[in-house]
Ligand binder design. Structure first.
Ligand SMILES: [Zn+2]
Length: 240
């Protein structure tokens, strides 16, 4: 089973946000056509108290951002849906948390690992903001925890304080076991997802998958599902 982990896709990290990252607003458009292909979708969310140690006015490196309950802390509404899982991080005022698994001092673990294990996830696709900080540390921790880890390179945007930071981060992840992937590799829906979709409609799928593919009911379901989401093309289903 696989999971898409979207890191910190929050308004403060988008153009006009308090800690704007170039192109942060472009990520939803990359992910919307493919998000339904994954077995599970998880969003991480920076959720800082007002006096968080990472803020410049109390000696930290960053401007005030993603304060709990603020507009800037909201996740991009074009991508998130009502029942999506959210894992909050950076909630402790005394320590920052780049990785979505651990805080930077590795004292407190979030519930991300537990959620992945509960859903039998063995493969994760990581993307979001920022390539050279939270995405990188989340991907490296996923590797360390034994998940087969992919970086969806075209669905990430970085801070790039130094001009090569993003490039270095990608090389670093790659040399430490993260596979580099691209959203276009998901133009075909996975067989497991297709089975899941068809199971909703036709209970015979489990035993005779080939025969149900020819069934008119399944075909109609696929068309309906495609039109409803506006994301998956019929070709996605036909070329598995
Ligand atoms: Zn932060």
């Amino acid at each position: 089973m696989n999971a898409l982990i979207v890191v910190d896709l929050q308004y403060d990290f988008m153009p006009n946000g308090s800690l704007a990252v170039n192109g942060g607003n472009e990520i939803a458009d990359v992910l919307n056509p493919i998000r339904d292909i994954f077995d599970l979708v998880i969003f991480t969310q920076e959720w800082h108290p007002t006096n968080h140690c990472s803020f410049q006015d109390i000696g930290g490196p960053w401007p005030v951002h993603c304060v709990q309950d603020s507009e800037g802390a909201k996740i991009d509404l074009r991508l998130i849906r009502e029942n999506d899982i959210i894992v909050q991080k950076g909630v402790n005022q005394d320590v920052d948390s780049y990785s979505a698994f651990w805080d930077n001092e590795r004292k407190h673990k979030t519930n991300l690992d537990e959620i992945l294990k509960q859903h039998n996830i063995d493969t994760v696709y990581i993307c979001g903001i920022a390539t050279d900080y939270c995405v990188k540390f989340t991907a490296l921790d996923a590797c360390k925890l034994g998940y087969k880890t992919h970086l969806l390179v075209d669905a990430c945007r970085g801070v790039n304080i130094d001009i090569n930071d993003v490039k270095k981060a990608i090389v670093d992840m790659s040399t430490k076991g993260v596979n580099l992937s691209h959203s276009s590799s998901f133009s075909k829906i996975s067989l497991s997802k297709l089975k899941q979709l068809c199971c909703l409609y036709d209970e015979t799928w489990g035993e005779h998958p080939e025969s149900t593919l020819e069934g008119e009911s399944v075909y109609n379901f696929i068309i309906e599902e495609t039109e409803k989401t506006g994301n998956l093309t019929l070709n996605s289903f036909l070329f598995i």
